[in-house]
Write a protein that binds this ligand. Sequence first.
Ligand code: SF4
Length: 304
Amino acid sequence: MAESSLAPVPRGSAPLPEWIRVRPPRGAAYPDVKGILGELRLGTVCREARCPNLPECWSAGAATLMLLGTDCTRRCTFCAVTTHWPRGAVDRTEPERVAEAVRRWGLRYVVLTQVCRDDLDDGGASVMAETVRRIRTASPSTLVELLVGDLGGREASLRAVLDSAPDVLAHNLETVRSLSAEVRDPRAGYDRSLAVLRAARRLGPEELVTKSSVMLGLGETDPELDAALRDLRDAGVDLLTLGQYLRPSSSHRPVHRYVTPEEFGRWEARAGTLGFSATAAGPLVRSSYRAEELYRAARTDRGG
Ligand code: SF4
């Protein structure tokens, strides 16, 4: 997949600036989320990727569910998800279990994401499509955001996913062109990611909202980041999230620098001038952060 929502809580590294704070768990919904996830044997990006917003989101009853298991066939240098080659193994009960979790939570908006499954011929597209359909049946009013990987660049797989009619199709660019090869797994690529987003715009229905995410603090320059944002707009992307890269462990890529909240604010303004319908930018922003709010801004932007 995909995931700057995968940027985690740093461990054993240099002191963090004061603007990066992890909030303690609070709120009544937190145990409910945990209980349902455990009972239905579901994984979340929130936990697998050690997301710093986990307490805040789970307290609000929101979680980003992982599809196709919790192990990824790729190894990106920033990502905390376990790498494993499952040899085509798929749990066919997962779509139903995911739909049941969404139903029990009574979510208005759910974000689903996938681990990359290069061991499957369709990259897992059929399982993701079935999951969206089951959610539609179990919770007809729930809006669905689907964050996909590059599906091996196969347009047929992307088409299969789009046929299930998610409200938002997201795919993360992750970083600028010059850093893509060293930051992401060799099977990923800057141009391939742009092609996925462009194809989603071309193949999807007119009302489809597309979305992407870029991590800051990996060593990118301002002109490179500006070029990445322009490339995303050229690919027809509606929604953007920008967040700080945080190192999961000492064996992951180091943080190049911590970007200040003021700089994030400037990039958010720049994204607005480039024509994104809405942008969430900030040190702890991850790709599913304020997802429903961003989606509604895109709908409003289109007069919907
Ligand atoms: S593709 Fe990369 S970022 Fe996405 S889950 Fe796999 S290792 Fe992590």
